[in-house]
Design a protein around this ligand. Structure first.
Ligand SMILES: [Zn+2]
Length: 387
């Protein structure tokens, strides 16, 4: 490496440090220097191009105590943003996320994707994105699908088989003239609990139920994907060797006992909100259905925790809605089956992100990369209103 290359790497590393501190919270140069360990001179040097390019903005001076007035730096409210988009079996969702982690706009529309062609789906996603982006410069888009993704292509999607092998990222990228990154919805829902805010530490499994069960395993602050993208298929962990036949060809998979469709059927309900009301009214059939699902899920999660030694389980999506009734059975199975569970303090929490976790993760995939690779921030086309 030449000296010039080396200096460039150091500078990018320092830029990353400053940006990460600002994602945490705004701060004056002096405050940022204290938080990052960089000198004030270095900080001024680093922030100058960020200010000049409309990525940061300096707020008016505020008098703090007797010292010199401090001018906090923060991400520019008109600066570059990322798009998150989700193709789900029964809905489409989009979100615009700022570099500071604030949701700017988001939108979810019911849609039966099983009956729509891939072109049709991409046209609709592109339309939704155009509606909410306005004229903010875009860093790129993350696109979530309910399927296993390998090398940017869906390789398995039991509930949307017509999307397998379709170049979805390229298709959306062409429609919007934007970089698009394709990923699995369960991985992105997990990422949303890691970035831009740590909602469950650096090691956890996020599990949610839709038609299938999706799980994202986070180890050392990174989503663990496995060699081919198949990691985290908790729904197909076998809990009964000769049990109920599964869509995957195996028998006794967790999904056949704790999937949302199974829970609803056993409870005699057609929709999640109706089940939720039945639980609140102490309906015996609903309580039994959720308890049995919780037991099955707990057995599967205990296996996962014994393999990976993660301390925390986040119940997301419809599981978060059922958390109050589901978690008792899940926790009880985990306590019985996780080795030394008592000493390890396994923790079960409900996701605070609701139905937008997946799109937030999809957008977060893009803002996180921009902060980790700050050179990407300077490749943006200039904003139209900037002289
Ligand atoms: Zn299965």
């Amino acid at each position: 490496m030449t000296t010039v290359d080396h200096l460039r790497q150091v500078r990018l590393g320092n830029l990353r440090t400053v940006l990460l501190a600002l994602v945490d919270r705004p701060g004056s140069r002096a405050d940022l220097a204290a938080r990052t360990g960089l000198t004030k001179a270095t900080l001024s040097n680093l922030t100058e191009p960020l200010l000049a390019n409309g990525i940061l903005v300096e707020e008016p001076a505020t008098l703090a105590g007797l010292g010199r007035p401090s001018k906090p730096l923060r991400f520019h409210p008109g600066g570059p943003v990322a798009v998150g988009a989700e193709i789900n079996v029964s809905h489409l969702a989009v979100e615009i996320l700022g570099l500071d982690g604030e949701t700017i706009r988001r939108h979810l529309v019911p849609a039966d994707i099983r009956k729509a062609s891939a072109d049709d789906v991409l046209d609709r996603v592109a339309g939704l994105i155009r509606e909410i982006t306005g004229d903010r410069p875009l860093l790129g888009a993350g696109l979530a699908v309910p399927g296993v993704v390998h090398d940017g292509v869906v390789v398995r999607a039991p509930n949307l088989p017509h999307l397998v092998g379709v170049p979805l990222a390229d298709g959306l990228s062409r429609r919007l003239a934007l970089d698009v990154e394709l990923d699995n919805e369960a991985n992105l829902a997990a990422l949303a609990h890691l970035w831009p805010r740590h909602l469950a530490g650096e090691d956890f499994v996020h599990v949610s139920a839709d038609v299938g069960i999706g799980a994202g395993v986070v180890l050392n602050g990174e989503v663990y994907r496995g060699v081919s993208g198949f990691a985290g298929e908790l729904g197909h962990v076998v809990i009964e060797r000769d049990g109920v036949r599964c869509t995957c060809g195996s028998r006794g998979c967790v999904e056949r006992y704790a999937g949302l469709d199974v829970i609803l059927r056993q409870a005699g309900r057609r929709r999640l909100d109706s089940l939720h009301k039945a639980l609140a009214a102490q309906d015996e059939r609903a309580l039994t259905s959720v308890r049995q699902a919780g037991q099955a899920l707990g057995v599967g999660l205990a296996t996962l925790m014994n393999l990976f030694d993660v301390p925390t389980v986040v119940l997301g999506g419809s599981y978060a809605v059922l958390h109050e009734h589901l978690s008792v059975a899940v926790q009880s199975e985990m306590d019985r089956r996780v080795l030394a569970g008592g000493e390890r303090h396994t923790r079960l929490i409900a996701s605070p992100l609701g139905e937008f976790a997946v799109v937030r993760g999809a957008a977060g995939l893009i803002t996180r990369r921009a902060v980790q690779q700050p050179e990407r921030l300077f490749a943006q086309p200039p904003r139209p209103d900037r002289p």
